[in-house]
Design a protein around this ligand. Structure first.
Ligand code: UT7
Length: 342
């Protein structure tokens, strides 16, 4: 149901704003580290080859952060570009949410680094950790905060340096991931009258912690006091990915009262081309209207959707008023979908 059903006990300010405010995109930006590692480069030190990686995943290359870069560096660069595209200054922001599973430090949140670097002296900044679903989770949280009146203008970032948590001897995982960051700015605006509201139209997030062992990192401050390495049962994740993401995107469409025919662009999490093609097929959605950056970025976890969004905005594909469907799935398992009118 949209607007969301509210408890009769909700404070009045929440109830009225939830109906009146839309979370509208004001700008987007992204950043990719300079260094590019091709499949052939990888084959020099791990037992793999370009043909296998392309055929099984669709990936051709990935960007890798420089030794002296941390996740907040990538996030800050993406954030600055998003502010520039929105024609805004950081003084207008009062919320920073950074989706990341590879924070600079265990604490404080990477988002607070971004807040400080942008010169923000007010508002709230925190990280959201839902691995590859992180950006959809962060959008959902930002949307709820804007609609409840807890914030007026949110910077929502997905930023990752997965190269730091990969086991570079495990060919089943190290060929799949890359580094990068993407960001969008959402502004709380009075919802437009009529039947084509802009902004976030629906978001649905889910998790099922019973699937921990299929995709996890074997370290952490409370378990091993090390950062650990990513471990994945690829086939098991693959088996769940299409079904879970399809459920989420169908829920988002239903909530917004739309069908696949109303969607202009699908911007899915970029993990595997075969998964993306299966999702498009499920909705009978043409691949020409699916944004695919996987070949150049690989899987950048929480950064993959905002990176893909920004590339399609900058090359002129996504335009104002286009309806964009995003869906993701990651460790946890976590999964979700969001629908917005750009
Ligand atoms: O973002 C979070 C969500 N993550 C995902 O969505 C990932 C989902 N899973 C996948 O994308 C796929 O399962 C993978 C790409 C990870 C693997 O593809 P697959 O078709 O499931 O391959 P597989 O793991 O079943 O392996 C097939 C064969 C194996 O050899 P044998 O046992 O058949 O002889 C592997 O050892 O391919 C071998 N293999 C490789 N060969 C060359 C595995 N990795 C590689 C490699 N290069 N990098």
């Amino acid at each position: 149901m949209y607007p969301p059903r509210l408890s009769p006990h909700a404070p009045l300010s929440y109830r009225s704003r939830a109906i009146d405010v839309a979370s509208v995109v004001a700008g987007s930006g992204s950043y990719l580290p300079e260094k590019v590692l091709s499949n052939d480069d990888l084959a020099k030190f791990v037992d793999t080859n370009d043909a296998w990686v392309r055929k099984r995943t669709g990936i051709a290359r990935r960007h890798i952060a420089a030794d002296d870069q941390v996740t907040s560096d990538l996030a800050i660069a993406a954030a600055r570009r998003a502010l520039e595209s929105a024609g805004m200054t950081a003084a207008e922001l009062d919320l920073v949410i950074c989706a990341t599973a590879t924070p600079d430090e265990t604490f404080p949140a990477t988002a607070t680094r971004v807040q400080a670097a942008l010169g923000m002296e007010r508002g709230a900044a925190f990280d959201v950790q839902a691995v590859c679903s992180g950006f959809v989770y962060a959008l959902s949280v930002a949307d709820a905060m804007l609609k409840s009146g807890q914030a007026r203008c949110a910077l929502v970032i997905g930023a990752e340096i997965f190269s730091r948590i990969l086991d570079w001897e495990d060919r089943g995982t190290c060929v799949l991931f890359g580094d990068g960051a993407g960001a969008i700015i959402l502004r709380g605006e009075a919802a437009a009258e009529g039947d084509a509201p802009r902004g976030i139209l629906a978001s649905h997030i889910f998790s099922d912690g019973r699937h921990h062992d299929a995709l996890y990192v074997d370290g952490g401050p409370a378990s091993t006091q090390t950062a650990g390495h990513l471990r994945m049962d690829g086939r098991e994740v693959f088996r769940h990915a299409v079904v879970r993401m399809a459920e989420a995107m169908e829920a988002a469409l239903e909530t917004a009262g739309l069908t696949a025919e109303n969607v202009d662009w699908m911007v899915p999490h970029q993990a595997n081309l075969r998964i993306i093609e299966a999702l498009a097929k499920r909705l009978d959605f043409p691949m020409e209207r699916v944004v695919v950056t996987l070949q150049d970025h690989a899987n950048t976890s929480a950064a993959s959707i905002p990176l893909a969004l920004d590339s399609a905005v900058r090359d002129g594909r996504i335009k104002q008023n286009d309806v964009v469907l995003m869906q993701a799935m990651g460790g946890g398992f976590t999964w979700g979908a969001a629908l917005l009118r750009w």
